[in-house]
Design a protein around this ligand. Structure first.
Ligand SMILES: NC(=O)c1ccc[n+]([C@@H]2O[C@H](COP(=O)([O-])OP(=O)(O)OC[C@H]3O[C@@H](n4cnc5c(N)ncnc54)[C@H](OP(=O)(O)O)[C@@H]3O)[C@@H](O)[C@H]2O)c1
Length: 318
């Protein structure tokens, strides 16, 4: 396994990190339906045992619950502790309505709340979750730079920023990392964003690298039809026609390539993401130890040039 340095930081990351969105559980607008916290803790332990050395969460995941579960899992873990990354800029009201706020005072309060929930003295990477509202990007990013100077957070990054927004942030303080969506179903950042970050020593944590489950080989049309109503995926166009048929065809192709190596479609999907030189590492959403078993091979597995070309040919023909 080859660990890679994240941007200008001192952190060398395993190719896969633990994504903690789904383990936020049910009862909020972007839930993945119900999730047993005991499974989440076991999944995190299995991923750490497999060699993943970082975890990505956010205050808004489960409206604080994901950070609480992460803290629980790390408290109960006797092995080496991972780097802990979280995000800010999304708040919620007492009736669980999500709000967007990048004002300095709000971010300071959010940081204190995350430190408490995570039970850590410093956050290894603090990220602006979304550049919203756009006019507050400078104020929000300056607040993160202050928190870094004060030692509340060690490194600072952004998520879902375009090139213009990255440039505006870079004019204030070095952006250590960008967290964009990147997968075979959402490759858009390849055109402008990835060339820009490569030139500017900005690390990249690719999110939803398996298309939020679409490219694992475990997603079928029937399963999509039967997703619970409180799973955010029922409202997502990638899980609806015309994209659904295209996406399931890509997953079949990945299963076919994986079968040659005794690898899962998920592992091939992850290897495709990691083949891109601008990507530092991929954030993998896992909900059970069994799912960790189905992705951990991608810590080592790499596509040959001919297999990469085979996937590219298939994708562009489709
Ligand atoms: N910054 C942002 O705006 C943003 C946005 C999205 C995600 N993220 C980050 O990126 C992480 C990963 O993204 P993601 O969770 O959307 O997508 P993903 O990693 O592409 O897919 C994760 C989902 O795939 C399924 N899965 C995982 N392993 C599997 C296996 N071995 N076999 C079959 N199914 C498997 C699970 O869902 P089911 O079992 O329910 O199918 C799991 O929740 C998140 O946890 C979060 O940390 C950030």
């Amino acid at each position: 396994m080859q660990n890679k340095r994240l941007g200008n930081s001192d952190m060398f990351l395993s190719p896969l990190g633990i994504g903690a969105w789904a383990i936020g559980g049910a009862g909020w607008a972007f839930s993945w339906s119900s999730q047993d916290d005991r499974d989440s803790v076991k999944a995190i332990h299995a991923a750490l045992d497999a060699g993943m050395n970082w975890i990505d969460t956010a205050a808004v995941y489960g409206l604080g619950h994901s950070e609480v579960v992460v803290a629980q899992a790390l408290k109960d873990y006797s092995g080496r502790k991972p780097f802990v990354f979280t995000k800010c800029g999304r708040n919620w009201t007492s009736d669980r309505v999500i709000t967007k706020d990048l004002r300095a005072a709000s971010i300071r309060q959010e940081c204190e709340d995350s430190l408490k929930r995570l039970q850590v003295e410093t956050i290894d990477l603090y990220q602006i979750h979304w550049p919203e509202p756009d006019e507050s990007v400078e104020e929000g990013w300056s607040a993160l730079a202050e928190l870094q100077k004060e030692g509340k957070v060690r490194w600072i990054g952004v998520s879902n920023f375009n090139v213009q927004q990255l440039k505006r942030a870079q004019a204030i303080a070095q952006v250590t990392s960008l967290q964009p969506p990147y997968s075979l179903v959402r490759p858009e950042v390849e055109t402008e964003v990835l060339p820009h970050v490569l030139q500017n020593q900005i690390g990249v944590l690719a999110y939803s690298p398996m298309g939020s489950g679409l490219l694992t080989g475990a997603m079928t049309r029937e399963r999509v039809t039967n997703l619970p109503q409180d799973d955010w995926r029922v409202r997502n166009p990638q899980f609806q026609e015309p994209l659904l048929s295209r996406n399931l065809k890509i997953a079949d192709k990945l299963s076919e390539i994986g079968a040659r190596h005794n690898r899962t479609a998920a592992e091939v999907a992850l290897a495709w993401v990691l083949h891109q030189p601008a990507i530092t590492a991929a954030i993998v959403g896992i909900r059970t130890p069994e799912q960790v078993a189905g992705v951990r091979g991608a810590l080592e597995f790499r596509l040959s040039d001919s297999e990469f070309a085979e996937i590219e040919g298939f994708r562009h023909a489709g």
